[in-house]
Design a protein around this ligand. Structure first.
Ligand code: LAN
Length: 728
């Protein structure tokens, strides 16, 4: 790829660009799509005033109502929602930052750099500010996620990002982070995804990568290791990766790249033995070490790669891979499944169709969907948002607490229903089988309809939220027809695995043994889908809710599916009573779902060993101050690790779980509720505490709206069950 020498040379020192004017940023929302815009001209400012939602996320103070000091849980819930309602967007959803991982933005910036995509100046300034703000104070480095210790993955990639954005190598912050990188052994010890991005930029040699061959896509699907059987995120990342690797596409040399080659390593670039670097991963980075089998296969594929021109399959393989990339782009309106394949697909389209092609223009136009402007600067979100997810939980919290019936909340709930109606996916993608997609007609996605991937629990929570909105509230129209609710049920019924559980996006398609060849090094359980307690519970409760209101549709099948799901929930409980949560931290999160599942089947503390063990497990983790606080280390280690402090989000999950299970000791629950209330600010808000979410065991991700949603839900449920006693 031609060198990019002309775009960024004007920036010598970030001091010139410390920050943009926060008063000029606006969040635009359309059908859930979230894009941040910077208004350069003064006359635009009046025409498009800044909303409270904009101000909140930008960290700009705004006047809040003085609310009555709550004495009961319901009053606190009411205040909480009074505040959170201010953040609802005009299209009816709740927007939010979805940052946390620190390896996403570099992929995007490298992809923009090598495809000559101009990076708006405002983005550059704010990304620099974000990365400086997020560098660890002690060593100037970055981890795999915002709370993790400095790693080669985080530090090498973010260092490179800042350099591309124009920050000088002599800037004190860069000197500090470079020293940390060198202390960790330099970029040579980067895990494979880091090696890949560095190779694309031409500051790492392709020879130093274990091969990722596109020919795998030519194999018959009947083979258990066909990539179409991988977990969709893994499949969709290795797809464009194999194309770029297959072509060894790298930026051409330019002065910046030459400098980076000298800055990133502890030895002269020319003297590096690349073949030896393939399996060199720094100890702090390594989470899943290679198995002997993986190394053996890498050896064989490496041999194939050396002689692949004799076989001459590459051309066909690249064609097949490009066909799949195109399906993915077109089926998702160029949003793609996630932020990693979004950045890679941009490069693939650039290489295949050229910079002036329509496809490349479309692909570029959706990069903005991943950018989030926050108080600390601009970051890349983990998806194009969590619109559906945050909205469905808010709706359920507000309805269960009874707040939805209060006239002041009608409009908010009506708007949420309009959003959910709009967000439901109305079609299966064309060529569904050819591109290995699961059915999506009737499903709900995690973010927006355009992104369009079915997610089991998003569909189930969407189904519940719509049923509650349309059936429990007197003032709502039936926007989503029964036919469309049935379509959601059809999708759910097609997603049960043979163990009774439900996975995230699709059925489990490959053998567990595939995990033995997980090449990711920093992510656990990425090769195939797995059944998850959280997804299983959501589907189970979603189907039961549907059956209650619409008993005539596939009710026998629903019963059968739910019985099997209940068995899975039992089977997945640990000896000590806990369930390992895969999508948020961690045992408290999974308990929320699992104990609700059991309750759905009439299993409560008094009559079920499983429920009792689950409650006792939670109670054993409650802290002096009445709260629960779980560290992200629980996810890494697979055992409950206490956080330094109690957290409102963990506490809300724990008390919600105990209440589902009808835990008999009200005092323990009350202590948790009082803890949540004690952390609430006078205008109803809760402040950000520790990070909430996780994926693949080792990478955390932020769900900042959880502190407003689950608190209100827990307070509301408590008020309902215990007749809202005076607590303060
Ligand atoms: C998400 C976010 C939502 C999450 C839930 C709905 C909460 C879960 O119950 C099912 C799985 C799902 C949809 C999920 C899967 C993995 C995602 C997409 C993420 C954690 C957000 C970011 C992450 C994605 C894989 C990040 C990119 C990293 C790679 C390893 C490709």
């Amino acid at each position: 790829m031609p060198p990019n020498t002309d775009v960024f040379v004007d920036v010598q020192s970030p001091e010139k660009f410390q920050s943009t004017d926060p008063l000029r940023w606006r969040l635009k929302v359309e059908h859930g799509r979230q894009t941040w815009h910077y208004l350069e001209h003064d006359d635009e400012l009046k025409k498009w005033p800044q909303s409270i939602c904009d101000k909140y996320w930008l960290g700009i103070p705004f006047p809040t109502k003085q609310l009555n000091t709550p004495k009961t849980a319901l009053e606190a819930a009411r205040n909480g929602f009074e505040f959170f309602k201010l953040l609802q967007t005009e299209d009816g959803h709740w927007a939010g930052e979805y940052g946390g991982p620190m390896f996403l933005l570099p992929g995007l910036i490298i992809a923009m750099y090598v495809t000559h995509t101009p990076i708006p100046k405002t983005w550059r300034v704010e990304i620099i500010r974000y990365l400086f703000n997020r560098a660890h104070k002690d060593d100037g480095g970055w981890g795999i996620h915002i709370e993790g210790p400095s790693t080669v993955f985080g530090t090498a990639l973010n260092y490179v990002t800042l350099r591309i954005l124009g920050v000088d190598a002599d800037h004190p912050a860069m000197v500090k982070s470079r020293a940390t990188l060198h202390k960790l052994g330099g970029a040579i010890g980067s895990p494979s995804w880091g090696k890949f991005w560095l190779a694309v930029l031409n500051v790492y040699d392709w020879e130093g990568m274990n091969p990722i061959i596109p020919e795998l896509w030519l194999l018959p699907y009947s083979l258990p290791f066909h990539p179409g059987r991988f977990w969709c995120h893994t499949r969709m990342v290795y797809l464009p990766m194999s194309y770029i690797y297959g072509k060894r596409a790298s930026a051409d040399l330019c002065p910046l790249i030459k400098q980076l080659r000298q800055e990133l390593y502890v030895q002269p670039y020319e003297s590096i033995n690349w073949a030896n670097a393939r399996n060199n991963v720094c100890e702090v980075d390594l989470y899943v070490p290679h198995t002997g089998l993986l190394d053996f296969l890498n050896g064989i594929i490496g041999l194939y790669e050396k002689f692949q021109n004799l076989v001459d399959l590459r051309k066909y393989a690249l064609n097949e891979v490009y066909k799949q990339v195109k399906y993915e782009d077109e089926n998702t309106f160029y949003l793609d499944l996630g932020p990693v394949n979004k950045a890679m697909n941009l490069i693939v389209v650039y290489l295949e169709e050229g910079p002036n092609s329509e496809a490349f223009r479309f692909s570029r136009s959706k990069l903005i969907d991943f950018m989030w402007m926050g108080a600390e600067g601009m970051m890349m979100n983990g998806t194009n948002g969590s619109q559906l997810w945050d909205t469905v939980f808010t709706v359920q919290a507000v309805i269960e607490s009874g707040l939805a019936s209060e006239p002041s909340n009608h409009e908010s709930m009506l708007r949420a229903l309009e959003f959910l109606d709009d967000c439901q996916i109305k079609r299966n993608v064309p060529n569904m089988e050819t591109c290995y997609r699961h059915a999506s007609k009737g499903a709900w996605p995690f973010s927006t309809r355009d992104q369009g991937y079915t997610v089991s629990d998003c569909t189930a929570e969407g189904l519940k939220a719509v049923i509650f909105l349309q059936n429990k509230l007197k003032y709502t129209p039936k926007l989503v027809s029964e036919e469309r609710l049935r379509q959601a049920v059809d999708v759910l019924l097609s997603m049960q695995n043979s163990d009774g559980g439900f996975a995230s996006y699709e059925l489990i398609r490959g053998p567990r043994l595939l995990e033995l060849i997980n090449p990711g090094e920093v992510f656990g359980n990425i090769m195939i889908e797995y059944s998850y307690p959280e997804c299983t519970t959501a589907v189970l409760t979603g189907l039961c809710t549907f059956r209650k209101y619409y008993p005539d549709y596939r009710s026998d099948e629903i019963s059968e599916v739910c019985n099997k799901a209940a068995k899975y929930i039992h089977d997945s409980q640990q000896e000590d009573g806990g369930w390992y949560g895969c999508w948020a931290i961690c045992y408290t999160y999974a308990a929320l779902f699992a104990l609700e599942s059991l309750a759905n089947f009439g299993e409560h503390y008094v009559n079920s060993t499983s429920s009792r063990k689950g409650c006792d497990f939670l109670i054993s983790k409650q802290r002096e101050d009445g709260g629960w606080g779980e560290s992200y280390k629980s996810c890494e280690k697979g055992e409950y690790v206490q956080h330094a402090e109690s957290q409102v989000v963990n506490t809300s999950w724990a008390v919600l779980a105990l209440m589902s299970a009808q835990y008999p000791d009200e005092k323990a629950i009350r202590k948790g509720i009082k803890f949540i209330m004690s952390r609430q600010l006078p205008h109803g808000e809760w402040k950000q505490e520790g990070i909430e979410g996780v994926f693949n065991k080792n990478c955390m991700i932020s769900y900042p709206n959880y502190k407003h949603i689950f608190t209100v839900w827990a307070l509301g449920r408590y008020a309902k069950i215990y007749k809202d006693p005076v607590l303060f």
